[in-house]
Design a protein around this ligand. Sequence first.
Ligand SMILES: Cc1cc2nc3c(=O)[nH]c(=O)nc-3n(C[C@H](O)[C@H](O)[C@H](O)COP(=O)(O)OP(=O)(O)OC[C@H]3O[C@@H](n4cnc5c(N)ncnc54)[C@H](O)[C@@H]3O)c2cc1C
Length: 373
Amino acid sequence: MSFHKHLHIVGAGVAGLSIGWRLSQAGWDVDIYDKGAAGHGASWAAAGMLAAILESEPGEEKLLPFLLESQELWPDFAHELETVSSHAVGYIESGTLFAARERDDMGILRQRHDYLSKHGMILEWLDRAQLLEREPCINPRAYGALLSPEDHQVDNRALVVALLSACRKAGVKIHEYTPVEEVLIERNSVAGFVSKGHKIPAAHLLLAAGAWSGSIKGLPENFLPPVYPLKGQMLALQMDLGKPILRHVLWTPRVYLVPRTDGRLVIGATMEDKGFEEVQRAGSVLHLLREAFEILPGIEELPLIESWTGLRPTSTDDAPILGGSGIGGLSFATGQHRHGILLTPLIAGVMAEYIDKGILQEIAAPFTMARFK
Ligand SMILES: Cc1cc2nc3c(=O)[nH]c(=O)nc-3n(C[C@H](O)[C@H](O)[C@H](O)COP(=O)(O)OP(=O)(O)OC[C@H]3O[C@@H](n4cnc5c(N)ncnc54)[C@H](O)[C@@H]3O)c2cc1C
């Protein structure tokens, strides 16, 4: 095994870029390969919600401390990245509202409240008047809401731009439109990979290829991370910056709306198991607009400025896949599902330490490949 600290990374999303940046800070040479434009996978498509608390559901108890730990890292991470890159990342501590538009929604809110309170999370009940005081443009027929004061947002596209700049400043080489076609393995260790038909020797390789991680060629089937694409469709409207109709991140059980500082109002998202299909469907756009209109009728007048799809890297148990692969020199950082933006600071730190020192922090221990064996 080579002791030269040179890491090759497959995938220039938030995972590959943030881990590459951290390792370059630790003295590693880093090359990142992307089959397309860097940062334009799920990391570009996301809504940027940092919703460790509200987005936690029964059955995800093991994941909750991991999400919360990353949420705590965000203020310092955003500050450091902005300072190093000279790019703002749009981290806003606005809190998140989970509103009940219909009577039945109150039951869903109550269930989420009870589950989260049992795990020590602090949520505030707002009645209709309190909700409208905070967000006057919400449909006055809404029943009330839960306020999660610690769930915030970052502008994920600005995050990608900042990470790219930080990487480049640190000397990380980013190879766009350069797919990794096959991983080469010899005697159960990484020997290199094939890109554009050329064999490139490599002793340390990180697979951070998002939704495509589970279908990379060259790995024996039982060593492949069990990751599949989970499609999401999204829209953006443009609010009048002088008169924004929403200030908090706003959810109902059927839609979410995320107001950015530049007036964009991001609306999402569907969850569809449709393989690698990235086409947009009228029915999904209709669903998103109808549900957004139901809770925030003022959207009717706003310009529709963009619509897009993205593929979440989802593992078979919806939790991330981190650490070693069982093949010497090959590590994984994938499977972040709905939480990859939220988890960026923690996964960057955990994986950089793992690759540099061979130590996997205790908090990441439940998320290795070992759980699938
Ligand atoms: C609609 C939607 C909304 C979301 N909202 C949120 C949210 O609000 N909050 C949150 O925390 N998370 C959210 N997520 C999840 C989050 O976006 C992802 O978990 C995260 O971006 C994954 O980052 P990544 O770097 O692993 O993957 P990606 O950003 O997909 O990057 C992987 C990269 O690998 C490249 N690649 C793939 N195969 C190869 C290959 N063979 N060779 C070279 N390059 C390759 C791809 O081109 C891609 O650029 C959302 C996701 C979607 C789709």
